[in-house]
Design a protein around this ligand. Structure first.
Ligand SMILES: NC(=O)c1ccc[n+]([C@@H]2O[C@H](COP(=O)([O-])OP(=O)(O)OC[C@H]3O[C@@H](n4cnc5c(N)ncnc54)[C@H](OP(=O)(O)O)[C@@H]3O)[C@@H](O)[C@H]2O)c1
Length: 295
């Protein structure tokens, strides 16, 4: 027991400190002035607050969500708060053609793109998995494939501006939790796909950044409705503060940030680090380009 206290606990402390470390904050709101940003899922919750922060910072905005009425109100509020411009494109991310069109239309409206913030989410009821694979496929389309579709459509513009992709994910995409198997699977999928893409960007010298945001329990209407009375002794964090951390993470081009119990921190992702430091070194890139006829 004494040995455990002497060696194991300090080692665990060091490991945790290495995995999660505080963010160094060189952020200034002016960094967003005049920047061209798409925010998805902006009718309510986290997306709505991200849009308001960006509006106050003077960004150009194209926001999207499914329901029109609420998002029209978000747009008017953004203009009042000081957005350089604000447009709304309504539709469902179940339709991947729509997902692609949002990016194309936004690029035309703003004449370019600096930041793509992917935040929308399809959540079902908290429940044991009931074998409904059709519903799971829909969740996968909205929470995963539409993210990839929008990323692919935005990449040429983001390469031009050395822009940023920001992905709003969850602790459920790192540690699986009960009653949200489908949701959790989509968030794990984002981590796997985008960590791999980050390494590819590094190998191909693509100067677009990817920031994965791992959120704990944040006080949005949807989440409070879901979890109230179920989670014991856990209070939600303020969405206004969490969303500022998401924007900072994107602007500062951090690879992964966490926001848990109202604390923002950088996350050291061993999977990505191993990829960047070791796995990618094992490939002969010139030969690979030759075979694949890559640029
Ligand atoms: N809140 C938390 O505690 C928490 C924790 C971890 C991670 N997150 C992540 O944070 C993000 C936002 O969560 P939130 O709590 O702010 O959620 P929310 O309040 O429920 O907002 C979800 C947004 O997604 C949009 N949306 C839903 N289905 C859509 C569809 N089929 N097509 C297009 N848009 C659709 C909604 O638009 P309509 O209103 O028009 O349907 C809404 O704007 C999510 O990615 C979530 O996984 C949240």
């Amino acid at each position: 027991m004494a040995l455990l206290k002497k060696c194991f606990l300090p080692a665990l402390g060091l490991l945790l400190a290495y995995y999660f470390y505080p963010t160094t904050d060189n952020f200034r709101p002016e960094m967003l002035q005049g920047k061209k940003v798409i925010v998805t899922g902006a009718s309510t919750g986290i997306g709505e607050q991200i849009a308001y922060h960006l509006a106050r910072m003077g960004a150009h905005l194209v926001v999207t969500a499914w329901t029109e009425e609420k998002t029209e109100e978000v747009i008017s509020e953004c203009l009042k708060l000081g957005a350089a411009s604000a447009h709304f494109i309504p539709g469902t991310m179940e339709d991947l053609v729509f997902a692609e069109q949002v990016v194309t239309k936004a690029g035309k409206l703003m004449v370019g793109l600096d930041m793509l913030i992917l935040n929308h989410v399809r959540t079902g009821k908290l429940n044991y998995f009931d074998g409904d694979v059709a519903s799971l496929c829909k969740t996968m389309d909205v929470n995963f494939f539409s993210f990839i579709t929008m990323t692919s459509a935005a990449l040429p513009m983001l390469k031009d501006t050395s822009g940023s992709i920001v992905l709003v994910s969850s602790v459920s995409g790192k540690i699986s939790s009960p009653f949200v198997a489908g949701y959790s699977a989509t968030k794990f999928a984002l981590d796997g796909f985008y960590s791999s893409l980050q390494t590819e960007f590094q190998m191909m010298n693509v100067n677009a950044s990817i920031t994965l945001c791992i959120l704990g329990y944040i006080g949005t209407e949807t989440e409070e409705k879901f979890l109230s009375g179920i989670l014991k002794n856990v209070k939600p964090a303020l969405k206004e503060e969490c969303t500022l951390s998401i924007i900072k993470g994107g602007v500062l081009r951090q690879k992964e940030i966490g926001y848990l119990f109202s604390v923002s921190f950088s996350v050291w992702n061993p999977n990505r680090m191993i990829n960047e430091c070791f796995v990618s070194q094992k490939y002969d890139i010139d030969k690979f380009k030759e075979n694949q006829q890559l640029p």
